[in-house]
Design a protein around this ligand. Structure first.
Ligand SMILES: [Zn+2]
Length: 223
């Protein structure tokens, strides 16, 4: 993994970071690289209320906020920014608003690397809107000043259309951190991580790969 001067992570939902990139984030923070995480919503429309339920629709935003803060601490993120957009409405925000928000963070932080979703290949409308805004913000910058954009794609046709991911981070030494970050989002992940614990005892190869390898495509920013 390259040594970065600063990293900006932009995702719409608490837990997007834990599943996709928490091993990579933790690697950077443990090297002393500043990592900022802009989380656009509090995931208050999340489909789970805990199992057995410990949240209500009313309490879920606060619970997920606390989970996100806990996950950030586990990953070593010191700069967590909760941007206060309503869950499931990122796609309805004006693109200009989102792009300006991301542009001003880039101007302020001067990251050498930005991590977000790959527009067109990230399935959920909030994910798509986020990735599009990141790409647009970077597209407005001078080429020489532009940070690299490592994009997460998980649509079924990603491999077919984009080819193999060109960035493959071995984060096996961060496996426990990654698992802990995922677990921190317990209102959404409790049932799943309970199953994962059993699979880990059996050294399930698919799960191990999921926890130990994080893949990105370098996004070809236009403009
Ligand atoms: Zn998400």
């Amino acid at each position: 993994m390259n040594q970065e001067s600063a990293v900006l992570v932009v995702f719409p939902h608490p837990d997007d970071e834990a599943f996709g990139v928490s091993g990579t984030i933790a690697t950077h923070t443990r090297r002393g690289t500043p990592v900022t995480y802009m989380c656009l919503t509090l995931g208050e429309m999340g489909r789970n209320l805990g199992n057995p339920p410990f949240a209500t629709r009313e309490s879920l935003p606060l619970i997920r906020k606390k989970e996100l803060q806990d996950a950030a601490k586990i990953m070593g993120i010191q700069d967590l920014r909760m941007m206060g957009i309503r869950d499931k409405t990122v796609e309805f925000e004006s693109e200009e608003y989102l792009v300006n928000m991301i542009s001003s963070a880039i101007n302020e932080l001067n990251p050498s690397l930005v991590i977000s979703f790959y527009p067109g290949y990230s399935v959920h409308p909030d994910h798509e809107a986020t990735g599009r805004a990141v790409a647009a913000a970077l597209g407005r910058m001078d080429k020489e000043k532009r940070p690299v954009f490592h994009a997460v794609a998980f649509a079924h046709n990603s491999l077919e259309d984009l080819g193999k991911p060109d960035v493959v981070n071995d984060v096996s030494d961060m496996q426990d951190v990654k698992m802990a970050a995922i677990k921190a989002h317990s209102s959404q992940t409790q049932l799943m991580t309970a199953q994962w614990e059993e699979l880990l005892l059996k050294k399930d190869p698919d799960l191990l790969k999921r926890l130990q390898i994080e893949e990105f495509w370098t996004y070809p920013v236009e403009g």
